[in-house]
Design a protein around this ligand. Structure first.
Ligand code: XMP
Length: 512
């Protein structure tokens, strides 16, 4: 049974709300903002959360949920846009803020309330809004304010309706998780009963039910996500799952051999396809990042379809299982609400419109660290679970501009040096992800009394907890210096190494 329903108005953070609730053991599902009230109520939720969103409630075509929801006598919490919608519906005023408020604010508590139980006065909260509540509807009271927002937390005097102007779901809101927990456990009366074991059992049952006697092609990359999906599918329907690994010619040094070895350890049969010349031919001369991503996405599907045909003497392969995660989804397409596209992650936005498969994406609503916890639950080995994420388009999005054999060789060799150095210095596990980017920017250097005019390589290492936001990793200078020296000395074609100190946002983790 669902504990809490989150209605999605298009916030980049909607899944984080669900995730915080899962951390509190509360089972949550997300639905589009326009889902009819009777459909929602038929699911018997104990509470509803309205997410944030990029729109303005006073705009002519603002996204609105069915107003009947506010009279359903169900606890309801509006976050940011969700709170502004609540205020607007009850006759308060929402206006464009004179100064937009993004980032840190301090929550000044005005009234004791179960929603804010255990929250310290002046604790840090994260704001991200261009509109503000100018006046509250008469039935509402303010529970907290900040320097720039007089109505930071609000409650209806008699109905179980609440609003927060800030984002309790982001980690930067110091006690935000506590507030969401208060809402779910104290106000909605949910009992913590959800955990990764429950998720694994539920997903295995869902796969069994959906797939029945059909067959699945499960595409793996050797990364945590697709390996977890392969393991889930295998546990669900056994040999009805055909696990396929495609060498697209954009892998790192020794990667293919490692993946083969890994699946041997897992005792899951693996089909290895060498499609490198097909991918590399199609990418020849292509430099626009989105075009590269789409070519790779399309080619992957073609290769899978071809393989499925070959395997079809054992019965038609209906499903394609992929390790798509939530951050891939939210940045590629609008999930359940009207959110903005950031880039086409290959296993989502890069897919062709028509394909011969029905997609199976059991991790679509999870974040990386949750997938690692799920993998541990399924018994995957620790070294596999700790592998840094590696994007589906591989080194293609780590070579800026067009790709050729020489640039691939440079990135492969440099990357191997950087990653080995991180292992040797026991720094590998302290960063979310580390890699090299070939910039295709040439500069002048001097080596052995000779002038060089060679390429620049960027080292990128970031700390993150879910990949939605990230901070560049503060790697020690002497470590960076040693890596740069090794690369310049050992990798022909590089005469300059730089370290990327951009966080996400405003950067993304990958450069393309
Ligand atoms: P960005 O660059 O969007 O990356 O900040 C966030 C995380 O996603 C990974 N990434 C991808 N993973 N297919 C994938 O499977 C993709 O197309 C893709 N693009 C980025 C990236 O490595 C980082 O961990």
């Amino acid at each position: 049974m669902i504990d809490v329903i989150v209605l999605d108005f298009g916030s980049q953070y909607t899944q984080l709300v669900a995730r915080r609730l899962r951390e509190a053991g509360v089972y949550t599902e997300i639905y589009p903002y326009h889902t009819p009230t009777e459909t929602l109520l038929a699911k018997n939720p104990k509470g509803i959360i309205l997410s944030g969103g990029p729109a303005s409630v006073y705009a002519k075509d603002a996204y609105r949920c069915d107003p009947a929801l506010f009279n359903a006598n169900l606890p309801l919490l509006g976050i940011c846009y969700g709170m502004q919608l609540l205020v607007d519906t009850f006759g308060g005023a929402v206006v464009a803020a004179k100064a937009q408020e993004f980032g840190k604010a301090h929550l000044e508590l005005l009234e004791p309330h179960p929603l804010l139980e255990g929250v310290e006065d002046l604790s840090v909260v994260w704001m991200s809004h261009a509109d503000r509540v100018e006046s509250l509807p008469s039935e509402f009271i303010a529970l907290a304010r900040s320097a720039n927002a007089p109505f930071c937390a609000i409650a209806h005097a008699t109905k179980p309706l609440f609003g927060l102007q800030f984002h309790p779901e982001v980690v930067h809101s110091a006690q935000g998780a506590q507030i969401l927990k208060n809402f779910a456990l104290e106000i909605c009366g949910c009992r913590p009963s959800w955990d990764m074991q429950a998720f694994a059992t539920q997903e295995i049952a869902k796969i069994q039910q959906k797939v029945g006697t059909d067959r699945i092609l499960c595409a793996v990359s050797g990364g945590v996500d697709s390996s977890v999906v392969a393991s889930l599918c295998y546990k669900a329907v056994g040999a009805q799952t055909e696990v396929v690994f495609v060498d697209h010619g954009l892998l790192r040094l020794g990667e293919k051999e490692q993946v083969i070895q890994m699946f041997e350890t897992l005792n899951i049969p693996l089909h290895v396809i060498d499609a490198s010349s097909l991918f590399l031919d199609r990418l020849k001369g292509v430099s626009a990042p989105e075009v590269k991503r789409k070519i790779i996405g399309n080619t992957f599907i073609e290769v899978f379809e071809q393989k499925a045909k070959e395997l079809e003497q054992g019965g038609k392969i209906k499903y394609l299982a992929q390790g798509t995660l939530y951050p891939d989804v939210i940045e590629s397409v609008s999930v359940k609400g009207p959110s903005k596209v950031i880039k086409s992650h290959h296993n989502v936005g890069g897919l062709p419109e028509k394909m011969d498969f029905v997609l199976l994406e059991p991790l679509r609503e999870l974040f990386k660290d949750e997938v690692r916890a799920l993998g541990a639950q399924l018994g995957l080995p620790a070294n596999m679970l700790k592998r840094h994420p590696f994007p589906g388009p591989g080194l293609a999005i780590r070579i800026l501009g067009a790709i050729d054999d020489d640039s691939l060789e440079i990135v492969r060799r440099a990357d191997a040096i950087f990653i080995q150095a991180l292992h040797d210095a026991k720094l590998y596990d302290s960063v979310w992800q580390a890699f090299c980017v070939l910039l295709n920017v040439r500069s002048v250097g001097v080596m052995g009394d000779n002038r060089t005019y060679d390429n620049t390589l960027a080292l990128r290492a970031v700390c993150a907890s879910d990949g939605m936001s990230a901070h560049f990793a503060p790697l020690p200078f002497d470590f960076l210096e040693s890596v740069a020296n090794q690369i310049i000395n050992k990798v022909k074609g590089i005469n300059r190494v730089v370290y990327d100190i951009t966080s996400k946002p405003p950067g993304t983790i990958e450069w393309e």
